[in-house]
Write a new protein. Structure first.
Lengths: 178, 151
């Protein structure tokens, strides 16, 4: 494809100032990037705590258009509510914690990992996560391998409750790197 | 957290699948459009322009911006909650492999077929083959889920 024919506003309407803002932002990422393969060594372990607020759950669920009321610890006009699910108060969507693993395994103190793609996850959902919980996401790089001339980095992941140490999620996931 | 039964906020707490649901049963999926505005939202793909910028995506060899695979996984999880209810949240397993890119504006539908039932406790551990495809039937995400029912 001829890249010169592709426009920034091809898929959504923008004015010239919006287009310039996009190009400026993307340019910033490009100048700081390196590949994920080069950024990670086997054995690297990272951990961060995430407070799963009711608003965060709504942000997650709205973008995938999942309107299950079991996840609502926040509602327009009422704001914070206890909510109701089969487990009592509102709970977190099954793969929300898995989604935030990216924010841990991609070390935010390092440059943008250019061209990396999440390709696989094997997620064990151990216990429901209540809305409002603070969880610790721990990732450990366990393998780097090449398959069909493509480079992959494999991580194992544990998501636990910061308060009582309960295990919520265990996962293995692969990232394809340039 | 203690699990309760019956309808919770209008949704069946245990979903639509029972211990009597046979192998071969087809789940009714969910259907979504890969909308560029959602693909580029801060919580999903904003950190990587491949998910929302046509220019950057083309420069990296893509036909168009691609949805994060995890959005497909979320669609599949939504289908599974519709069918298995609360059972998805405890002692379940979801495996997804992203076999092809979901491009902006494609319409994605999720599917599931019960492939196995293993006796466990008073019920069964169900295995369901799951996938997500576009309007042409091209598979984008494939995998499976295991869930306890009536255990």
């Amino acid at each position: 494809m001829n890249t010169s024919t592709v426009r920034t506003d091809e898929l959504m309407p923008m004015t010239e100032i919006q287009i310039q803002q996009v190009r400026d932002f993307v340019g910033t990422l490009d100048s700081k990037s390196q590949t994920y393969w080069d950024m990670v060594a086997i054995g690297d372990e990272l951990a961060r705590d995430l407070h799963i607020t009711p608003e965060l759950v709504i942000l997650y669920a709205d973008a995938v258009e999942d309107y299950n009321p079991w996840y609502e610890g926040w509602r327009m006009n009422t704001w914070k509510i206890e909510g109701e699910s089969p487990f009592g108060p509102a709970i977190v969507p099954p793969l929300l914690a898995s989604h935030f693993v990216l924010s841990v395994q991609f070390d935010h103190t390092k440059p943008f990992a250019i061209g990396s793609i999440h390709t696989f996850h094997d997620s064990e959902l151990i216990e429901p996560i209540p809305v409002g919980a603070t969880v610790r996401i721990t990732t450990r790089a366990i393998d780097k391998f090449i398959k069909r001339e493509r480079r992959y980095v494999r991580h194992e992941v544990h998501v636990t409750d910061v308060g009582d140490g309960r295990l919520y999620l265990r996962e293995t996931r692969d990232i394809l790197s340039l | 957290m203690t699990q309760t039964h019956s309808l919770i906020q209008g949704r069946p707490a245990q979903g639509l699948i029972t211990i009597d649901t046979p192998v071969g049963h087809r789940l009714i999926g969910v259907k979504k459009k890969a909308a560029i505005q959602l693909m580029g939202s801060r919580l999903w793909g904003r950190f990587n322009p491949n998910h929302w910028d046509p220019v950057y995506a083309t420069q990296t060899g893509l036909k168009a911006p691609i949805q994060t695979g995890e959005m497909s996984s979320a669609y599949i999880a939504e289908m599974c909650v519709n069918h298995f209810g609360a059972n998805v949240f405890r002692n379940a397993r979801i495996v997804c492999k992203y076999v092809a890119s979901t491009l902006a504006n494609e319409v994605i539908t999720t599917h599931g077929v019960v492939s196995d039932k293993t006796p466990k406790g008073k019920g069964y551990r169900f295995k369901v083959d799951v996938w997500a495809d576009n309007e042409a039937g091209d598979k984008k995400t494939v995998g499976w889920i295991e869930v306890d029912v009536g255990v």
